[in-house]
Design a protein around this ligand. Structure first.
Ligand SMILES: Cc1cc2nc3c(=O)[nH]c(=O)nc-3n(C[C@H](O)[C@H](O)[C@H](O)COP(=O)(O)OP(=O)(O)OC[C@H]3O[C@@H](n4cnc5c(N)ncnc54)[C@H](O)[C@@H]3O)c2cc1C
Length: 393
């Protein structure tokens, strides 16, 4: 059955957030509604969210998905409106969600989750940095500044996910290579100042459950002048040994006389940070029955333990989840209001997983629209009648 609507019944759609989930959603909706007005708003003047400001700059293949999204704006008649923070405030560069909902038939929140999840050990010591802050800084995000960044020689990274491994790799990459990747000179200088020569990378899980991908570990083997070490325990017979074996291969292949060292610690969590003003050590505790503790000297601690809603930013989803008829499983936040991507399902998953998510939410939106009374279609962008500038792509 062709469910494509005629021109006059095709709804106007506003998508808030131009990361992968917002862009994939626009792709799916454009396929269904060829004549709809589809506008993607973003708080930044450049689109693509974490594709631009999260993915490591030495992974150009992953970033190439943005070429596919470029076609949305160049060919598929989707409009990008940058420099517009959507939330509860109205004014220069800010627009309320209510105003957008009044103008568009359908509104979808695709604003992601950006705040660094904090360690359970609270600290106000200098020298503790979140991976979100660091990766945005490395990728030239306009909100971030290098002021105060001092990694020093001994860095502890907390977290064993791919973002943690990105940091490990970038901290051990030569300054001239970092420059070639397009990283700003002041950021290269700050990363390389120590220079970082000792990294401990700590995770709660044992290797069989570690969150990093095997390819990420294999890539580390290309770093010159690094000795890899780990407190590895052989996995049980019924456990997945692939990550354990990959780390073992990394250790076996690394240079024993290398001047820089990276040590993996599995099955530990931080219990204390010490220092006078600036962090100087971190104490870890084993999560097994021994409860053994280990103190590591650290000039800086980088946390890569996940993301959350930014409490200082408008809590778009939280504002609406108490409303009636919320069905997050299907991406429904309210009447003609939806959510997609990390905002909908939490800060987990790769770029392609947002495609699957966007397809599901697009199906929900289309199914809802088929049964909605569209007697009074809303006019879309023209009704906003404001001076936001559309970034040309
Ligand atoms: C550091 C890091 C590295 C990663 N590396 C990889 C990788 O190598 N490969 C991979 O497959 N996946 C990677 N991921 C995961 C991937 O980036 C995410 O799956 C994906 O970006 C989530 O898409 P999203 O659209 O939900 O959110 P985002 O990409 O975060 O997009 C949200 C967009 O909303 C905008 N926005 C936020 N608030 C507002 C507001 N109030 N008003 C207007 N606009 C707003 C933001 O500016 C942003 O453009 C990485 C993630 C991180 C954090």
């Amino acid at each position: 059955m062709d469910t494509t609507h005629s021109t006059d019944s095709q709804p106007s759609v506003a998508i808030i957030g131009s990361g992968p989930s917002g862009c994939y959603l626009a792709q799916f909706l454009r396929k269904q509604w060829r004549e709809s007005e589809i506008v993607i708003f973003d708080r930044l003047d450049t689109p693509y969210g974490l594709v631009r400001y999260g993915v490591a700059p030495d992974h150009p293949g992953t970033r190439a998905v943005s070429k596919q999204f470029d076609r949305l704006f160049a060919r598929d008649n989707v409009t990008f409106v940058g420099s517009t923070v959507v939330g509860s405030v109205e004014g220069a560069g800010h627009m309320t969600l209510d105003k957008i909902r009044t103008a568009f038939d359908i509104v979808v929140l695709a604003t992601g989750l950006h705040a660094d999840r904090a360690l359970s050990v609270t600290t106000d010591l200098h020298g503790v940095y979140g991976a979100g802050h660091l990766t945005r800084l490395i990728n030239g995000h306009p909100d971030e500044t290098v002021d105060g960044l001092e990694l020093g020689r001994r860095v502890v990274i907390v977290g064993h996910g791919n973002v943690a491994i990105d940091l490990l790799r970038l901290f051990l990459t030569a300054p001239e290579q970092l420059r070639e990747l397009g990283i700003a000179q002041d950021v290269v200088d700050a990363i390389s100042a120590g220079p970082v020569s000792e990294i401990d990378i700590v995770g709660r899980s044992m290797p069989s459950q570690a969150k990093f991908d095997l390819a990420m570990i294999k890539e580390l083997a290309k770093l010159p002048n690094v000795r890899f070490e780990a407190d590895l325990v052989a996995p049980a017979e019924d456990e997945d040994a692939s990550r354990h074996d990959a780390v073992q291969m990394l250790i076996d292949g690394s240079e024993p006389s290398a001047q820089r060292v990276a040590r993996f610690h599995f099955g530990f969590e931080p219990v204390e940070l010490d220092g006078a003003g600036t962090v100087s050590s971190i104490t870890l505790q084993a999560l097994n029955s021994t409860g053994r503790t280990m103190r590591l000297d650290a000039d800086s601690v980088c946390t890569a333990i996940g993301f959350a809603e930014n409490e200082s930013a408008p809590l778009l989803r939280a504002d609406h989840t108490s409303a009636e008829h919320v069905d997050l499983e299907r991406g429904i936040l309210g009447d003609s209001l939806y959510c997609v991507g990390w905002l909908r399902r939490g800060p987990r998953g790769t770029i392609p997983e947002n495609r699957t998510d966007a397809r599901m939410v697009a199906d929900t939106i289309i199914a809802d629209h088929l049964v909605r009374d569209a007697a009074m279609p809303k006019p879309g962008y023209s009704a906003l009648n404001i001076d936001t500038h559309s970034a040309a792509i």
